[in-house]
Design a protein. Structure first.
Length: 541
């Protein structure tokens, strides 16, 4: 009675995606278990942990849009969490998904017995052939620094998870530790009635969230640029051309290394980093309202000393240092939890247990990539795609780790699942057969080819060869909407002008070469003629 083909742990959006795609692949023998009172994980403020009252998306609505269920056209570019929650509720209602979900169920242990997984909970004991872990990166295990000097602090210490306890304090000196989007949000709230200092130990890039009110900063990238950067110029070339002393580039306008604050400068390049996706904090530093500091060096009661050798007294330390998702998976064997996964999804020694939603793209959004991950998982469970052999998976895992360390040297140790979202999405698409043939599109629909290549990078392309014609139509409609956005027009203008710029210099260089060659040839010709060699040659003839 409690036997299922697949049990999903977690009814956040990653779990809901997996459920929906399993049903579409023909599998309805599914159960979703969640410890929270309601579905949709951190986006539901009734759950714990969750977003906060003033949380807005840090990803533009394009990358928060589900590929076959568009956001309403009137949605703001960076929606409030309540808008996203209602959107997810509409999605679940439209596809009739919540009938498969059981809330208030805490999983105590998951073990493999006789080729089936046994799931022990506070409710019942369940059995399944496949288990999908979709419990999310935000959980009950806050990442609190374990440096000994923090134990000497005699003031109050909180993690962002407990922000509700201090959100209304006044007249306090508050030290926020960590360079994250959460830090930026809380610093902006707390600075109104308190003196706030922010400590970032390794530096970070601050990404402009938007160019205009309806122009997401994360949309200033397209497939043409992606191909050129990775196959012609390299990411290092891009960093070389973001000189803070040259006009018309991000460092010139945003400040060196994205902030202009020496002690906050990242040691890693722009396209090889994880960003804070807002710049409000920088504005407050410029006004003297927020004080920037680097790594904490020592603490003596309430006195905190930084590596700058500056010291100050604080009433409260607030850690905005994220969570430890693996530490919260005490219900699974440690070898499964801690081992690197094949493409951050499959446990290579037993792919019947999978992980969805633990990915960390440096841009775009987690939900966008979770949707693609869940499509792969659903196809694998329903035997519609195969995985490579254990040896091949082991080899690729090792290569992926080395490439990740090389590409994200400042983040790979802390964020084990950080990826380039553009490469990662293409990788999954190749494995599930949803990558389109661009040459075929060029021949059959040149204008669609043009939009895909030169407009903002768009994940709706992965629905263009869907079996469902309606999903194809939705994808094309979303691609057309993106084409008409101002940010897409700016990208096209930038690429066009860059092309003209380089073409001008190429033509100029060619003219100079031709001129030099012609000059030298003419000069040599005259010299030879002056020697009378041509006459001699004619006599021989």
């Amino acid at each position: 009675m409690n036997n299922y083909n697949t049990i999903i742990i977690g009814s956040g959006i990653s779990g809901i995606f997996t459920l929906k795609h399993l049903i579409e692949e023909g599998n309805r023998d599914i159960l979703v278990l969640d410890k929270n009172p309601e579905s949709f994980g951190v986006w539901n403020i009734k759950n714990k942990p969750s977003v906060f009252e003033n949380t807005y998306s840090v990803s533009s609505k394009l990358y928060m849009t589900i590929s076959d269920f568009p956001l309403p056209e009137t949605t703001a570019e960076f929606p409030h969490h309540s808008v996203i929650l209602n959107y997810y509720k509409d999605y679940a209602k439209y596809f009739n998904l919540l009938q498969y979900v059981k809330q208030n169920v805490t999983v105590y242990k998951i073990i493999k017995n006789d080729d089936k997984w046994t799931i022990y909970t506070n409710d019942k004991t369940y059995h399944a052939q496949y288990v999908v872990i979709a419990s999310g990166t935000v959980n009950d295990c806050p990442n609190i620094p374990d440096d000994e000097f923090y134990k000497k602090f005699t003031g109050e210490i909180y993690h962002s998870d407990s922000y509700e306890k201090i959100k209304n304090v006044e007249g306090k000196k508050i030290l926020i530790v960590g360079g994250s989007d959460t830090m930026s949000d809380f610093a902006m709230e707390l600075k109104n009635k308190n003196k706030v200092t922010v400590s970032i130990k390794n530096g970070t890039w601050f990404q402009q969230r938007n160019f205009g009110a309806h122009e997401g900063g994360d949309m200033f990238y397209n497939r043409f640029a992606d191909y050129a950067i990775k196959n012609i110029t390299t990411k290092k070339y891009v960093d070389y051309n973001t000189n803070p002393y040259s006009i018309n580039n991000m460092q010139f306008w945003w400040g060196e290394r994205g902030s202009g604050i020496d002690i906050w400068q990242s040691k890693c390049d722009y396209l090889n980093s994880y960003y804070v996706k807002s710049r409000e904090t920088i504005e407050q530093v410029a006004k003297g309202i927020i004080t920037p500091e680097n790594k904490v060096k020592n603490i003596d009661q309430k006195t905190v000393t930084f590596e700058t050798n500056n010291s100050d007294d604080f009433d409260i330390i607030l850690f905005c240092t994220g969570y430890k998702p693996l530490k919260c998976m005490k219900f699974i064997d440690g070898n499964i939890v801690n081992s690197p996964k094949y493409k951050h999804i499959f446990y290579k020694d037993d792919p019947s247990i999978m992980f969805v939603g633990f990915i960390r793209p440096f841009l775009t959004s987690i939900p966008m990539i979770s949707e693609l991950q869940s499509r792969w998982v659903a196809k694998y469970i329903c035997d519609n795609v195969k995985l490579p052999s254990n040896d091949v998976m082991s080899y690729e895992i090792k290569n992926d780790i080395l490439n990740q360390q090389k590409e994200f040297p400042c983040a790979s140790e802390r964020l084990k699942t950080i990826v380039d979202p553009y490469d990662y999405c293409n990788l999954i698409a190749n494995n599930i057969g949803s990558n389109v043939n661009m040459f075929t599109i060029l021949i059959t629909d040149p204008y669609l080819f043009y939009m895909i290549l030169f407009d903002s990078w768009n994940h709706h392309i992965y629905r263009l060869n869907d079996k469902d014609i309606e999903k194809q139509k939705i994808a094309i409609e979303n691609i057309k909407k993106t084409h008409n956005k101002k940010i897409s027009k700016k990208i096209r203008w930038y690429i066009y002008n860059s092309f003209i710029y380089y073409l001008f210099w190429l033509i100029l260089i060619l003219l100079i070469i031709i001129n030099i060659y012609y000059f030298q040839y003419t000069k040599i010709n005259k010299f030879i003629k002056s020697l009378g060699l041509f006459k001699i040659r004619r006599r021989y003839k």
